[in-house]
Structure formats: structure tokens, C-alpha cells
Design a protein around this ligand. Sequence first.
Ligand SMILES: Cc1ncc(COP(=O)(O)O)c(C=O)c1O
Length: 343
Amino acid sequence: MTTDSLTTQLADIPRTVLGHLPTPLEKLTRLSEELGGPNIWVKRDDCTGLALGGNKARKLEYLLGEAVAQGRDTVVTFGAIQSNHARQTAAACAKLGLTCHLVLSDQVHSEDARYKTGGNVLLDRLCGATLHFVAPDDRDAIRDVLSKLGASTHLYIIPGGGSNATGALGYARCALELREQTAARNITPASIVHASSSAGTQAGLLWGFDQLCGSGARAYDVLGINVYHDEPKTLTNNIAKILQDLDARFGTQSACSAAIQINHAYRGPGYGQVTGETLAAIQLTASLEGLIFDPVYSGKALAALIDQISVGAFAKDEDVILIHTGGSPALNVYQDSFDKVFG
Ligand SMILES: Cc1ncc(COP(=O)(O)O)c(C=O)c1O
């Protein structure tokens, strides 16, 4: 399968434009200087536009493109209470005139009173989604919601995080975008770092670099910072499964399962649990660059990158890219944690 024929195949797949793309690739000059190199670039997927931006806009372009092509009128998806994926799904459904149901579970047990009503939850409601709160892993409650929504022919079900082979195509396109942007700046990044959780972002990037970008791009190292799973192996397996599904769908034989890189050292005590390093990284970057990260996803990737730089993982003159996957709409529900930083 040639790169050109794959790109043509990709162009034939239903897609509905939802995001402001391409997102900018910006150099963080002051942060790079503060850390003494390498050159840090940030891919601004927090600026995808859809209801305050984030990485899910890219996946939803393909997922909801498919839903509309199949004539579905009702969408249901799943997530944690402060799910960014849920918020962007609600927004995309509003824009496309689809009914949206969000099945949300409390995976964080926050003591902050705003956690269950503020941040993303407020935005879900503003966008007109119906919210169903269930206990984590309560399959009976989920079945109940689905059965009340009725016949499957009108319903489009999106997995948590929008992560399957269809959603991952959004990040395969992002690989193409990055290839063009790095070529235009004449840089070859030593690493591309991002927060990884439901696997679609990392699988899409790996497959996109491997299959759509030509051989030179295979040198790009994609490093996922696990922010969710107790066992990093679960994330590796989930990425490998999406890669297999992409290969089966497009008749490709990507070699990138062997290239899956996960770093588990920055998740802290658990999903949605704040770490001191993350809060410090968020504060440092906001104060030097006016750029805002969140403590659950992108801020943990930022903290990982800063720590990796401090232990000498990159040469001073290398280029590294951090994909800012969004998440800052949840910042206010972590006010208590920031209060402790500011005293
Ligand atoms: C802000 C943010 N960054 C990163 C991720 C991780 O992306 P993925 O689920 O595709 O691994 C998520 C997923 O929910 C997210 O909301």
C-alpha cells in the first residue's frame, strides 16, 4: 500500500469539520531558556476551537462524520465526571443537531465541591447534553441507560475517550500536519511527548507517522505519558489493539507496535490525582509563557517533559514537541490544589 493511495483512502472516509485545524506549532522560547535547552515546541491542540478546544475535536471529526453518514441522530458516550471528551462530544452534537447523552462516573472522588457541577460538567449542560451519573464499572446501570435510549439503529455509541480506529484517524491526520510544520521549520524532533489515556491519540500518531508520512518520519519518537492506567501494560495493549484495527481496515502492516513508548513515572497516586510536580510545571509555564495546562492530562505530560529535561534525556540543541492536548476547562475544579500552592 503506497502512502499516496492511503492518503486517497483516508480522504474518502466521512469526516465532519469541527476543529480549527491545523493548530499552531509554537516555540516556547522562555521556558526552553529557563531549562537550558532543548528547544521546546508546543503543538497547540488546546486551540482546536470546539468548546474551548482539546484533542477530542480531531477524533470527533471522524466519529461524528461516520454517525452522520449512517443517519444516526443520537450519540452516547462515556467518561469520568470531568471528561474533556464528554464536553467536546456534547459541543459537537450541539453543532450538528444531534441528541447527546453522556454516561459519567466518579473515578476521582474529589472533595472539591465544584468537581461535580463546575468545569466540564457546566459546559456539558450548556451544550444541552443529558447527563447520566453511574458508579464506575456499573455495567447494569450502563445497560439500563442504553436500553432506555431504544433501538440501536438511530444510536451512535462512542467509546470512552473517542478511542477506536475511527477516532484515531484524527491523530493520523495530525501526524501529517506535524510533518508539514516540522519540515517548514527545518526541525527533526527528537521526541513528541503527550498525555496518553484511552490510547487513540498515541495510536493515531504512530500509525500516521508510520503509514502516511514516508520513511523519514519513522525517526520521530512518540512518548505517551500514562495519566490513567494503574498498569502501563494496559495502555500499551490498548494502543496495539487500535493499531491492529487500523491495519485490518486499511490493509497496512504497520511496524509501529514495537515503537509504543509509555512512561508511567508521572501519573502520581492515580487518575485525576494532582502531583506537586504537575502544579509546579503548570505554574512555571504559565508564568513564563502565558500558556495554561491542566493538572489531570496535559500538565502531567508537561511535568514529565520538564523532569526528563532535568535528568538530561535531551541534548541542549535538540528539538522536542509537546502536544498540548487541552484540558484547561477543568482547571477551576482543582482550585483547592492550587490554593495550597499559592498559600
Ligand atoms: C486533555 C486530554 N489530554 C489527553 C488525553 C489523552 O488522550 P487519549 O485518550 O487519546 O489517550 C485526554 C483524554 O481524555 C484528554 O482529555
